[in-house]
Design a protein around this ligand. Structure first.
Ligand code: 5GP
Length: 193
């Protein structure tokens, strides 16, 4: 088991509805030493890539993205959830269905902060059905930015997102891939990587 799998086994909580709670170290209280180890690992896995920007989505990806960005020495841009769509043409916009909240948000990124010169690493905390990532990919495509890779803390391998994103040809690196969870026993099975 790697450091993140060990921590999930120790402190992660399996909820009904295929939800894994990591509130005590990633999603509410944040263990910055753990996030720093995650950032270092992303840097190692994408060491051959020329990355000049980290892109994530609010809110839960921001902490991991910021600490990862310190390893790459780049700025972070986070897509903002917005009520209004692209009215003035100053923003890139995508529709994202939320797995946890079961609603649809428009997410926007200002054209000031992403363009065709950017070589982007997309970072997020969880990958489930892949909607959040597809929104971020669509925003990069609209901007003409190159996607150098995608780094995820926890991929739920029994949901389709990972397969969809890998089939699109992206280098997707997930630090922990959960292949099964049982809420009644609280058990979590990880994929060998
Ligand atoms: P997707 O768009 O891939 O279906 O879901 C990814 C997003 O939903 C992530 O940004 C994350 O915030 C949230 N999410 C999905 N599954 C889980 C989960 O099991 N636990 C937590 N804490 N968040 C999740």
């Amino acid at each position: 088991m790697n450091f993140l799998e060990e921590r999930i086994t120790k402190d992660g909580i399996v909820k009904e509805g295929n939800i894994l709670k990591v509130d005590s170290f990633i999603n509410h209280q944040m263990d910055t030493e753990l996030l720093d180890m995650m950032g270092a690992e992303f840097k190692r896995r994408f060491s051959d890539k020329n990355i000049n920007k980290i892109l994530t989505i609010e809110a839960s990806g921001i902490g991991i993205a910021c600490i990862t960005a310190m390893h790459f020495k780049t700025p972070v841009v986070f897509a903002k959830k917005s009520q209004s769509i692209n009215i003035d043409g100053e923003v890139y916009c995508a529709e994202v269905e939320s797995f946890t909240h079961k609603n649809t948000n428009h997410v926007i990124v200002s054209k000031k902060f992403l363009n065709r010169d950017d070589h982007v690493l997309i970072i997020d905390d969880f990958l489930a059905n892949g909607c959040a990532l597809q929104g971020l990919i669509s925003i990069c495509n609209e901007a003409g930015a190159s996607i150098e890779g995608i780094g995820i803390a926890v991929e739920k391998g029994f949901q389709p997102g990972g397969q969809i994103i890998r089939n699109l040809g992206y280098q997707l690196e997930s630090l922990a891939i959960v292949d099964g969870m049982d809420a009644s026993k609280g058990s979590i099975t990880f994929r060998e990587q």
